[in-house]
Design a protein around this ligand. Structure first.
Ligand code: GMT
Length: 376
């Protein structure tokens, strides 16, 4: 198949999923065209079946805001026409599903071949951005105009039906990881680079948006480190990074917390960790949690979110109410103190992740879904 993929190229789960999917589809012999404003951040392998088409953001004194949506739609139409696309796959509805719709209208006018539009919903495109009154109608329209819709969890599919009051078929295809990259025990760095002998290493990876509750991560860590020798490794960057740094200083944790910023090869460090924290307000899936589990790292996160489909409560981690940092810290301390339970959780984490979310399986699900949509 000839497949166009549009995603946010910056660090973030939706871009990571789109990139991994594109790379895996290319490896299976499909021609894959990434259409985005920059090279996707984890697109780091050469494959003759992979192409990147950059989208310009044209500026003009009249434009306070350059109309990226229009240049993206034009580029989508151009790539679809020039490369005979069968499928145009938009990751993250806002504004990518709308751009795909516009591209199709452009192609209709030119009388060219019409690719099928598939939109994958990732999370805040529904729960925060898409449901904002200023985006609601156009997002609903664009999603409903897609030929196929997928969601990364059952939780998100249900949220979408509820928020957008639609009965459209939404196929759940869970996120996935590449077992060649994410595996337990193979750490490219040494634990000794981060911790002293006898200390525990706790990690958190996110885009440091308010929805991730990074301050809760620090609060949980403060409670844990009051009881156990531990250090916290924070990976990622975003609007709350400054707040998080301030909080670390305020709590006098500077010597125990390290900020690594954005990292493309998180698999190099994850297997070194003893525990992963993701206490988000909302989480449609929690790809970073899955990558941690795949590396044999138990997760403590928020219940009542899509994490329930990823983390097996009491088997590979603990899920507790949003904001209940005391319970999360208690669960972390108990798990880290109990060496044999911790070892069991580590084993279960890697095993369950591989069994349920490996790339091979999920990429086949996407391939089959593309075919189903193409067959009408
Ligand atoms: O929704 C966001 O904040 C951004 C998005 C991203 O690009 O990282 O994250 C969402 O998509 C990921 C990939 O499908 C999911 O693993 C995340 O759970 C989801 N984020 C939220 O729901 C907050």
């Amino acid at each position: 198949m000839n497949i166009g993929i549009t995603c946010y190229p910056a660090a973030g789960g939706s871009g990571v999923v789109a990139t991994e999917l594109g790379q895996q589809l290319a490896a299976r012999g499909h021609q894959v065209h990434f259409i985005a404003y920059a090279l996707p951040f984890r697109l780091d392998q050469f494959d003759a079946n992979l192409m990147y088409h950059g989208v310009e953001t044209t500026s003009y004194p009249l434009f306070k805001f350059p109309p990226y949506t229009l240049t993206l739609a034009s580029k989508m139409a151009e790539v679809a026409r020039n490369y005979d696309l069968d499928v145009l796959h938009a990751h993250y509805a806002v504004p990518h599903a709308t751009c795909a719709y516009l591209a199709r209208q452009v192609l209709t006018d030119c009388g060219g071949k019409m690719p099928k539009i598939i939109t994958t919903l990732h999370g805040t495109d529904i729960t925060l951005v898409g449901s904002d009154p200023s985006f609601y109608d156009i997002t609903r329209f664009s999603i409903c105009s897609s030929d196929g819709i997928t969601a990364v969890s059952k939780y998100l599919a249900e949220e979408t039906r509820e928020v957008f009051k639609t009965h459209k078929d939404i196929r759940v295809i869970h996120n996935f990881f590449d077992p060649q990259r994410f595996k337990p025990g193979v750490c490219q760095c040494q634990r000794s680079e981060f911790i002293e002998e006898g200390e525990f290493l706790i990690t958190h990876i996110s885009n440091f948006r308010p929805v991730k509750r990074t301050l809760d991560v620090i609060d949980i860590f403060e409670k844990v480190s009051a009881e156990l020798p531990a250090r916290l490794l924070l990976i990622g960057e975003g609007p709350d990074t400054v707040l998080a740094r301030r909080q670390v200083s305020k709590k006098k944790l500077n010597g125990r917390v390290r900020f690594l910023g954005n990292q493309t090869k998180v698999e190099a460090v994850l297997p070194c960790a003893d525990l992963f924290l993701l206490p988000s307000e909302e989480e449609s899936f929690g790809l970073s949690a899955l990558e941690a589990l795949a590396c044999g790292v138990p997760v403590i996160g928020s219940s009542g979110t899509g994490l329930v489909e990823v983390v097996d409560d009491f088997k590979s981690g603990y899920l507790l109410p949003v904001g209940d940092t005391s319970s999360m810290a208690r669960a972390a301390i108990a798990l880290l103190k109990d060496t044999s339970r911790h070892a069991e959780f580590k084993k279960a984490a890697a095993h369950l992740a591989l069994e349920r979310f490996n790339a091979e399986q999920k990429v086949s699900e996407y391939e089959a879904y593309y075919q189903e949509v193409l067959d009408g």
